[in-house]
Design a protein around this ligand. Structure first.
Ligand code: GTP
Ligand code: MG
Length: 372
């Protein structure tokens, strides 16, 4: 299996790098930025970077700048040829595109200008129809980040929800920067990137392990592509009786709408995994009734894990609705904007998009590929 990671803007590039550092065989990174110095600070090969030349070095949080930059003919050509080159995309035959990568993760910092604007340009262009199945990794702003960042995020979430609905995007993974900034003393950004990268990579590695009852690569691809909502991966050591409950409660208290998940994959590694199966299944049935049709479980015997209370657990939730913390973020924005309107008489933001996406597995609809 190969996963392409298209890192847009500074956060995106750093997330692509973090994934690549976890497994340079599994991930193929490509960092794209308007700011040359952001690319220079990444320890990736030149081949895996693209500097989009434009009037400015960076967008300064203005999403229109990268959007326009990518609409430029020369930049568009350079972008497409770099993508083709790095991800092994063959566009010669209109009816038969082939890829070196099975799945493409597009990583961005939602509040920024560059990554956000590039992603919206890609989605608006219809380019997604020629790309492999796409998942998005979104680093979301802290509460204390600027109004501009919150607004950029709200707008991007709106676009992502639409694209989840029409299947152009298959899943969205969130990195909630607030959680890391609060709990990590220094370098919380790198910690956040690493934590996400470690969990995803550990999960994928486990799907390559043999077992009589396993979650395999095909199941993983279903989890990544079929459920069209928000996804989360958690890894935790603990007793089978409580570990899944703890994961679910933890995610919920961080504002993730776990209970709306349409699908779950759980892999348990331990010395007495036979006993875990019943417990895990009954927790899923009672706690996550929406997943009933799409439960993937794997149990892996490891005689070295002698303490039955210390099983290793790898869990992925797919097809969740929009998390509460993002809804709350947009609500705060609305308040802020209303207060501003009173003082300045400006037009209010249209926040009617604040719908949660539906979570039914959907029929694939092919949009026609056109670049603007
Ligand atoms: N998790 C995480 N967040 C980051 C990282 N770098 C920046 N961010 C956050 O991501 C958001 C966007 O910042 P950038 O990625 O610098 O934005 P950009 O896409 O380069 O766009 P401009 O700087 O506006 O040109 C901000 O809220 C940052 O705090 C990172 O490495 N990891
Ligand atoms: Mg930047």
């Amino acid at each position: 299996m190969k996963i392409g990671v298209l890192g847009l803007g500074q956060a995106g590039g750093k997330i692509a790098q973090a994934l690549y550092q976890q497994d340079n065989n599994l991930y193929i990174p490509l960092a794209v930025n308007l700011a040359k110095q952001d690319l220079e600070s990444l320890s990736l090969q030149e081949h895996n970077k693209l500097h989009v030349r434009w009037k400015v070095q960076g967008a300064g949080r203005d999403t229109q700048v990268p959007y326009q930059a990518l609409k430029d003919d020369d930049n568009q050509t350079a972008f497409l040829s770099k993508i083709s080159d790095v991800f092994g995309l063959n566009m010669d035959d209109q009816d038969d595109y082939t890829f070196k990568v099975d799945y493409l993760l597009i990583a961005v910092g939602a509040g920024g200008g560059t990554g956000n604007g590039f992603l919206r340009a890609i989605l608006d262009s219809g380019m997604t129809t020629i790309l492999p199945p796409i998942g998005v990794v979104l680093a979301t702003p802290r509460e204390i980040d600027s109004f501009e960042e919150q607004k950029n995020t709200a707008e991007l979430i709106n676009v992502l929800n639409e694209n989840l609905d029409d299947e152009s995007i298959k899943s969205v993974f969130l990195i909630n920067n607030d959680l890391y900034a609060r709990h990590v003393e220094s370098n919380w950004m790198d910690s956040a990137n690493q934590h996400f990268s470690k969990k995803l990579t550990a999960f994928i590695h486990q799907t390559a392990q043999p077992s009589q009852k396993s979650v395999d690569e095909a199941d993983l691809m279903k989890m990544l592509t079929r459920f069209g909502g928000y996804s989360s991966i958690e890894t935790k050591i603990g007793t089978p009786v409580t570990v899944l409950d703890k994961i679910i409660n933890g995610l919920q208290s961080n504002g993730f709408s776990v209970k709306t998940a349409k699908s779950i994959a759980v892999m348990t590694v331990g010395s007495q995994v036979e006993q875990s199966e019943n417990i895990i299944m009954s927790t899923i049935r009672t706690q996550l009734p929406n997943t009933s049709e799409y439960v993937y479980t794997g149990f892996y015997k490891d005689p070295n894990l002698t303490d039955p209370e210390h099983t290793e657990n790898y869990v992925m939730f797919a097809g969740m609705g929009m998390p509460d913390y993002l809804i709350a973020m947009v609500e705060r924005l609305k308040d802020f904007k209303q207060k501003q309107t009173i003082s300045s008489g400006q037009k209010t933001l249209d926040l009617s998009f604040l719908k949660t996406n539906s979570n039914e597995p959907k029929q694939k609809t092919k949009k026609e590929f056109k670049l603007w």
